[in-house]
Every structure is written in structure tokens, then in C-alpha cells.
Design a protein around this ligand. Structure first.
Ligand SMILES: Cc1ncc(COP(=O)(O)O)c(C=O)c1O
Length: 406
């Protein structure tokens, strides 16, 4: 239950009041290995120039670095580099689809279906689209274990008005791993388009874009050991070719006349302006690092650690974990409430024990309403965590309960 990689992460050498930093908030953002930090620094120190514009050798090095990073990122998830678009984050990737595909393909009387376990990034863009187009936004519900009812998807699709179904691969609150390949197949069979939010999946388990079968699959670099400021959208070629661009300006055009313009080839049609070059290089180094470790190993490690976390948390009196009861059906996180303590107090008291966990609505307020809660505390693991980190959390929670006289 220890991959022995903690030493690769310089930030984890920091200490608070003589105690090592214990980071259990990887679902919010991951820490960065030295290999990523050095790749970004080396790019900026030695290869920096703008991309797709220069004829000089240095500019060509920058081009090679950027397009090379795209190839690595695409290969990491079995996707085609030509249909792998760099964005700012997963939020921008989903907005790209909602604006470019959505505004051209969803109209009055159509429906968009999402689930009650979505992050706001996969809710608000669809609310905006549906309001603008006079379309209906409907939700698939989760049961008391935080699992979607497959019959609910069929019922929605049978209504015949669904244009798009968007759902998360892994819930950032419940941890639920959705059966994405089954769901995208049903959506496709009904003639609708699917979008999968892979923000909590790609960093933690093997993901093969072809096997998932989604029309659009989006994820975010900073949760996958990469820098902030870089996200990824994989799209089905035919759809990307037909859709209008999202942001417009430099680099995404083939030619510009006084009143009109034509679009560059894929993927550049969707990358307006100077792209996040150093960030892409950093993400390339991150997926290299993860590939060397092996994503099967990463998943096994995090599943075992989650099993241990669920077991240890169940020993804390008054603590209730939301989501699937066993580690096999969930990603590496546990959201929980402790009777008699507000989640923000739980996170603050954990911090006093040197343990970083998150508290709040986790950008999933509709789900919180369904759960009848305003907030939870959430502990989430990464490749650098070990059972001792969970033990430190449980010890901090026990100390916190004492502070509250529980
Ligand atoms: C499931 C899910 N979707 C989307 C996001 C948004 O990610 P970003 O802020 O990188 O766009 C997050 C981040 O917490 C997430 O967990």
C-alpha cells in the first residue's frame, strides 16, 4: 500500500511544526513530481518561443515540444492526437462542447440529460445552453449508495427528445465509478451524443478513450500531476469537423478576409491564440511519469488505500461516509460527515494534525441537496499516500472529537 514515490514530490518535504505534510486532497489538485517541475523549467530555460509561427530553429523546438506533448497525452489514453484538443482545464473543455456543438445541435423541444452527481462544470454550461435554446435539462438520479439507476437512462432515451447525455466518469463527492462504456453505448444506440467528464478518472485508473466510446471525453491536467492551466478534450472526428469553432482569433484560422474566415485543421481549429505551451510540456512529463509507474498499479494502490481508509473511518464514532460502500466501486476518495461537527471544523482540526483535507460542497450543490447536506469533509488519496497518512487523519479526527467534547 505504498508505491514509495513520496520522495519524488518536493512539496511533501515541507514540514508543519515539525510534522511532515500529509496531503489528502488530490481530488482538488495533485502534487507535482520533480520530473514535471523540471520539464516546465527546462522548456522555459532552453526552448521557449511562440508556437506555429516561427521559422527559426528555436521556434521549431517549441513547436516540437508542444506537438510532442500532445502526442504523449493522446497516447496515454489511446486517443488520436488530431482529435486531442488542449484547453485551459476540463471546465473550458465542457464549455467548448456546450457552445460549439451545443449551440449548433440543440434546439427548442430538445433535451440534455445529466446526472445529479455532476460537478458544477458539467451542470452550468448545460443550464446556459438549455435556457438560451428553450431546451429541457433533465437529471438522472442516484440511489442511496450514490449509484446511478441504469433503467433511468433508458427511460430518458426512450422519450426520443434527448440530444446529449453528459456524465462524470468518477464522482468527485461520492467516489462512484460509473459504467461509462455501457452508458455511452446506450446513448449512441438512441442516436444521441455523449460527453464524459474524466477529471477524477484519468489521473487514477487506466482509461482507454476507444473503449469508453464517448463522443466527447474531457479531463484536466492539474489533477493528473501536471501544471494548472491545461485541460484536454478528446472528440469524435466527424463531430469536431462539423462543429463551428469555440473561441476565435489567431492560430485557429486557415485564412482571414475582411468579412469572413475559414478554419484551420484539427485540432488547431479549437485552439485560438497562443496555447499553454509550457503547461502542455509539463502535462507530457506527467503522463510519462504515470506511464512509467503503470496505471494498473496506480489504480490497485489507490483502491487498497481507499479500502483501508473506509475501514479506519468506520472506527470513528458518529462518522458517516457517503457513496458506494466498498472500495471496488469507487475512486480514491471518501466524503464524510461527523455528527456534532461542521465539516469545516473537521477540516480545520485535521489541519491542526498536519493533514490537508477538503470541506465544502465540492462544486456539487445539486448533489448536496439530494443528500440533504450542505457540506461534507473529503479525504482523497494519490500515488504518494500510504496507510500512515490515513492513520494520521483518523488520529486528528479523534483529537478533534475531543475538542468538541464528543
Ligand atoms: C468531476 C470534476 N469535474 C470537473 C472539475 C473541474 O476541474 P477544473 O477546475 O480543472 O476545470 C472537477 C474539479 O474538482 C471535478 O472533480
Amino acid at each position: 500500500m505504498d508505491l514509495g514515490v513520496r520522495g519524488d514530490f518536493p512539496i511533501l518535504e515541507r514540514e508543519w511544526e515539525g510534522r511532515p505534510l500529509i496531503y489528502l486532497d488530490s481530488a482538488a489538485t495533485s502534487q507535482k513530481p520533480r520530473a514535471v517541475i523540471e520539464a516546465v523549467a527546462e522548456h522555459l530555460e532552453k526552448h521557449n518561443a511562440n508556437v506555429h509561427r516561427g521559422v527559426y530553429a528555436l521556434a521549431q523546438e517549441a513547436d516540437a515540444a508542444y506537438d510532442g506533448a500532445r502526442r504523449k497525452v493522446a497516447e496515454f489514453v489511446g486517443a488520436d492526437p488530431k482529435t486531442t484538443i488542449f484547453t485551459k482545464n476540463v471546465t473550458e473543455a465542457i464549455n467548448l462542447v456546450a457552445y460549439a456543438w451545443g449551440r449548433a445541435n440543440v434546439g427548442e423541444g430538445d433535451a440534455v440529460v445529466i446526472t445529479t452527481m455532476e460537478h458544477h462544470a458539467n451542470i452550468v454550461p448545460w443550464q446556459m445552453l438549455c435556457r438560451e435554446k428553450g431546451s429541457e435539462l433533465r437529471y438522472l438520479e442516484v440511489d442511496e449508495h450514490g449509484v446511478l439507476d441504469p433503467a433511468g437512462l433508458d427511460r430518458e432515451l426512450e422519450r426520443g427528445d434527448v440530444r446529449l447525455v453528459a456524465f462524470t466518469h468518477v464522482s468527485n463527492v461520492l467516489g462512484t465509478i460509473n459504467p461509462v462504456a455501457e452508458m455511452t453505448a446506450r446513448v449512441r444506440a438512441a442516436g444521441a451524443v455523449s460527453l464524459v467528464d474524466g477529471a477524477q478518472a484519468v489521473p487514477h485508473m487506466p482509461v482507454d478513450i476507444g473503449a469508453v466510446g464517448a463522443d466527447f471525453y474531457a479531463w484536466t491536467g492539474h489533477k493528473a500531476l501536471g501544471p494548472t492551466g491545461i485541460g484536454v478534450l478528446h472528440g469524435r472526428r466527424e463531430l469536431l469537423q462539423e462543429m463551428p469553432p469555440f473561441l476565435t482569433g489567431g492560430d485557429m484560422i486557415a485564412s482571414v478576409d475582411f468579412q469572413s474566415a475559414t478554419w484551420n485543421e484539427l485540432p488547431y481549429k479549437f485552439e485560438a491564440g497562443t496555447p499553454p505551451v509550457a503547461e502542455a510540456v509539463g502535462l507530457g512529463a506527467a503522463v510519462d511519469y504515470l506511464s512509467t509507474l503503470g496505471m494498473e498499479r496506480v489504480r490497485t494502490h489507490e483502491r487498497e488505500l481507499t479500502w483501508y481508509m473506509l475501514k479506519r473511518l468506520s472506527e470513528v464514532p458518529g462518522l458517516r461516509v457517503v457513496g458506494p460502500p466498498d472500495a471496488a466501486g469507487r475512486g480514491g476518495l471518501a466524503s464524510f460527515a461527523i455528527e456534532g461537527m461542521h465539516p469545516h471544523d473537521v477540516a480545520e482540526l485535521a489541519d491542526r494534525g498536519g493533514v490537508c483535507i477538503r470541506a465544502g460542497h465540492h462544486c456539487a450543490q445539486p448533489l448536496m441537496r439530494r443528500l440533504g447536506m450542505s457540506a461534507t469533509a473529503r479525504a482523497s488519496v494519490g500515488i504518494y499516500n500510504a496507510p500512515e497518512d490515513i492513520d494520521a487523519l483518523v488520529a486528528a479526527l479523534a483529537a478533534g472529537r475531543k475538542v468538541f467534547g464528543l
